[in-house]
Structures are given as structure tokens and as C-alpha cells.
Design a protein around this ligand. Structure first.
Ligand SMILES: Nc1ncnc2c1ncn2[C@@H]1O[C@H](COP(=O)(O)OP(=O)(O)O)[C@@H](O)[C@H]1O
Ligand SMILES: [Mg+2]
Length: 450
């Protein structure tokens, strides 16, 4: 089968670099300058299966081009260049097409090649019937070209059961509320913080989700340090100030924004004087933030104290990282047993971290008896090196195989949370309506950013 072509709207120098990289992968790059040119191209050729659009240089033109991609029965996925600040504020509110992806300047042409390949593999593997109906197949089966772990035994059904969708009704229309994802294992050093940071980053940077990452570890938490945030405003400080001024600040206002676009909320800078962080008040504040984010990821301290119990109660999904060694497997089994008492057993899913070392992954699954939804390979010093620069590995090493693993994990979590994701769409909005929707959306972003 001849490989797909990619329509590209980028400034000439960038186009040339991207074209050369795509050519190496056997993809034809076609420059387009306007919505009309794109329309003509898509009418003439059926092999244009992806478009790269520049939402930073000329936003209005990009909107028109994006609408062309979704005109009528068309559903061509877009890889969109966005200003970093806009990405952080992107209020897609769950309305992003899960097949679109986003990137920011500066980027490397090589990393785009990798992203485009992953997107096209998905498009090309969708049966023709499903593709014309815009079906989002469960993307666990094809996935990124780097995914040697693609055969992992993801138990999507179990994940769906583990994470029943929560819907809110606002203004008469169903509006998705953010989901609470807890990352927890009672053992330290198993990858909770690493997985929280990078899964959040992948969701925000690659999947168009608005993500809030919360460092709930008031004792050993190091999310702010790993992400290079100097003395971020903390929840404890904000609440102390609020008590004096009488002003209310939402979690969204208190959170810092990282270069990856994710919001970061730190509970306290020191384990002392945290009385103000009354567990139920913290849990309530986090629940309230669900209206502002698609995902709220909680990186937890390994204990079963009152704060953690209040948070467990509110979680939609509890992701348990397990490394393939006996102490960690024991800790996970202990947690699974306790989860029955806490009545959260059915929300647990496992990710096997450093999956290519120690006990075989299949044995880990059998013993721990929590559905494994993804595997993450060992990546040497890569996470440490990214943290040294205050970045997630997703930002710093976009082509690394371990980042491919993390993308798969993010996909699995998002797909399981999307109740309609495997069903064909019932109708297509008109080109004008799409333009209007996105214009409204980006107008809001622009106001927030400026
Ligand atoms: N898949 C992996 N490959 C390489 N290093 C990893 C991996 N997962 C975690 N690490 C490293 O292991 C250490 C502990 O991870 P961390 O996320 O802090 O664990 P936890 O939050 O559970 O205590 C960190 O130095 C981190 O960089
Ligand atoms: Mg940690």
C-alpha cells in the first residue's frame, strides 16, 4: 500500500525540514497555504491522511483549514502547532477530537516525523467503513511505531468497568467533568511521581486534554523541583492568605503553569504547619476543580492517612505503578487487599513500570491481580536528565521509546473515560459550526492568556 501524504501549512524553512524528515519515512509532504487549497487537495487526493497546521502564526487561517478537515464526512486528524501559553489554557473541555494532537515551538522536525507516523498508523489501520464514520477505535492495538510493548495485555474492559464515566449537566448540555486519577502504591521509589508527571504531560501536550497535576505528598513531594518551578504558590499558603484577606481563590487560580502546559498544584513547601490542609477541605477543593480540567492527577505520599483516605474516596481511577520486584509486588498485594475494605477495589488499575526488568510482567499481573493497562520500560537516566532541566521526559525526549509507552498509557486512560469513543458519531456538524465552535474556544483562550 502506498504511504499516506501529509498536507502541511508551515513557514517555508520549517516546511522544508519537516518535508525532508517525512520523506525519509516514505511520506509525501504537500504544502498548503489556504483553506481553499486544502479543500482542493482533499478533493483531488484520497491519500492525504493527516495535516500539520500552524495555529501560532496565522490563527484565523488555521481555523478555516481545520474546519476543512472536518467538512462533511471528512475526518482528517490534525497535528496543530500552538503557542505554549494557549496550550496550557486550552479549554477544549473534552471536546477535542482524540485523534488530533498538539505541539509547540521550538520543535524538532524529527520529532514531528515520529508523531505523524504514529497518527498515520492509526488512520491506516482503521477499516474503511469505520474511518468514513469517524469511529475512534480503541487505539491500544496499533499505536506508536516504537511500541514494542503494543502486545501488552491491556484489559480495556476492566478499565472501563473500573472507571465509570461521570457526567455533569451545565446549561442544559452534557458537559464532561474532569476525572480524578490517583497514582498510588504504598511503596516509595516505584515511579509514582515519574508516571504522574509524564502521563499528565502526554495528555496535555499530545492529547489536547487540560491537566492539573497535584503533588499531594507534603513530606517528600518533589514535583515542583522536578519541573523546575521555583517556589510555587502552595495550597497551604494560599489558604493562609485567604484566611487573612477573606478572598477566595480557586485551585485553578492557585496552580502554577508549567512549560508543558499542565497546571501544577503543590500542597505545602514543608511538612510542618500543614494543619490548614484539612483533608475534607482539600478533597472538596480538588473536586471543585473538575470543572476547569479534563484530568486531575494526584501524586500521593505512600501512606493510608486521613488525607489519602479522603482523596481515595473521590478518585475515578487509581493507577498503581508496580515494578517487577518482590517488595513492590508485596506492597501492591497489600494495597489491593486494603482496597476491598476501603471499597475502592474496582477502581484499581495497574501499570507495570520498568517492565523489562526482574519478574516477568505476566507473573506480576497474576500475583497482583489488578488489571494491567500498560507497561513502561526502564529508561536509564532519561527521567533524571529531563528533571535536571525542569522538564518532563515527554517534552525533553519526545522520540524516546519510553515516551511512546507513556503515550499508550495516556491513550488507554483517555479511551476508557470516553463513553462514546468506540461508537460511530451520529451526525457531523457543518463546516461553519466547527469554525464557530473553535473560534469561540480560541477567543476564550486569547482572553485568558493576554
Ligand atoms: N521506567 C523508569 N525508567 C528509569 N527510571 C525510572 C523509571 N521509573 C522511575 N524511575 C526513577 O526511579 C526513581 C523513583 O521514581 P519516583 O517516580 O520518584 O518514585 P515514587 O514517586 O514512587 O517514590 C526516580 O529517580 C525516577 O527517575
Ligand atoms: Mg513520589
Amino acid at each position: 500500500m502506498p504511504r499516506s501524504a501529509v498536507a502541511i501549512s508551515l513557514p517555508p524553512a520549517e516546511f522544508n525540514a519537516v518535508r525532508d524528515n517525512l520523506a525519509e519515512a516514505g511520506y509525501e509532504a504537500i504544502p498548503v497555504e489556504s483553506a481553499d487549497e486544502l479543500e482542493q487537495l482533499l478533493t483531488d487526493r484520497a491519500d492525504v491522511n493527516c495535516a500539520i497546521l500552524d495555529g501560532e502564526t496565522d490563527f484565523d487561517r488555521t481555523l478555516e483549514m481545520y474546519a476543512v478537515l472536518r467538512d462533511g464526512d471528512r475526518n482528517v486528524p490534525a497535528l496543530m502547532l500552538m503557542p505554549p501559553r494557549a496550550l496550557g489554557r486550552m479549554g477544549l473541555g473534552g471536546r477535542a477530537d482524540a485523534r488530533d494532537e498538539y505541539f509547540t515551538r521550538p520543535y524538532s522536525a524529527e520529532s514531528l516525523r515520529w508523531r505523524v507516523e504514529a497518527m498515520l498508523i492509526r488512520v491506516e489501520n482503521v477499516p474503511a467503513e469505520a474511518a468514513t464514520h469517524g469511529t475512534l477505535l480503541s487505539r491500544g492495538s496499533s499505536e506508536a511505531p516504537t511500541a514494542e510493548v503494543a502486545t501488552q495485555s491491556a484489559d480495556s474492559a476492566a478499565l472501563e468497568a473500573a472507571a465509570p464515566p461521570r457526567q455533569g449537566m451545565i446549561g442544559g448540555a452534557a458537559r464532561k467533568r474532569g476525572r480524578i486519577l490517583i497514582v498510588f502504591n504504598p511503596k516509595g521509589g516505584v515511579g509514582k511521581t515519574t508516571i504522574s508527571i509524564n502521563t499528565g504531560s502526554a495528555m496535555q501536550m499530545h492529547k489536547g486534554q487540560r491537566v492539573l497535576l497535584v503533588d499531594c505528598d507534603t513530606i517528600t513531594g518533589h514535583i515542583a523541583a522536578s519541573l523546575g518551578l521555583q517556589q510555587p504558590r502552595t495550597l497551604a499558603n494560599a489558604w493562609r492568605d485567604n484566611a487573612i484577606t477573606g478572598m477566595f481563590e480557586s485551585v485553578e487560580q492557585i496552580a502554577s503553569i508549567h512549560s508543558s502546559g499542565i497546571g501544577v498544584l503543590v500542597m505545602a513547601e514543608s511538612p510542618l504547619h500543614t494543619e490548614i490542609l484539612e483533608p475534607q477541605r482539600v478533597a472538596d477543593a480538588i473536586m471543585a476543580a473538575r470543572d476547569s480540567y479534563d484530568w486531575i492527577i494526584l501524586d500521593m505520599h505512600p501512606d493510608y492517612g486521613p488525607l489519602n483516605q479522603a482523596l481515595f474516596d473521590q478518585a475515578d481511577t487509581i493507577l498503581v505503578p508496580v515494578t517487577p520486584d518482590v517488595p513492590c509486588i508485596r506492597a501492591a498485594v497489600q494495597f489491593r487487599e486494603l482496597a476491598v475494605e476501603l471499597e475502592i477495589r474496582d477502581r484499581l488499575v495497574m501499570v507495570i513500570n520498568r517492565a523489562n526488568s526482574g519478574v516477568a510482567a505476566g507473573d506480576v499481573e497474576r500475583v497482583v491481580a489488578i488489571p494491567a493497562i500498560a507497561r513502561i520500560r526502564s529508561a536509564g537516566m532519561l527521567f533524571v536528565r529531563a528533571a535536571d532541566e525542569g522538564k518532563s521526559a515527554v517534552e525533553r525526549f519526545p522520540t524516546a521509546k519510553v515516551v511512546g509507552d507513556i503515550d499508550i498509557l495516556a491513550d488507554r486512560l483517555i479511551n476508557a473515560a470516553e463513553p462514546g469513543s468506540t461508537a460511530p458519531r451520529s451526525s457531523y456538524p457543518s463546516r461553519n459550526r466547527i469554525t464557530d465552535t473553535f473560534r469561540g474556544l480560541f477567543d476564550r483562550i486569547a482572553t485568558q492568556v493576554s
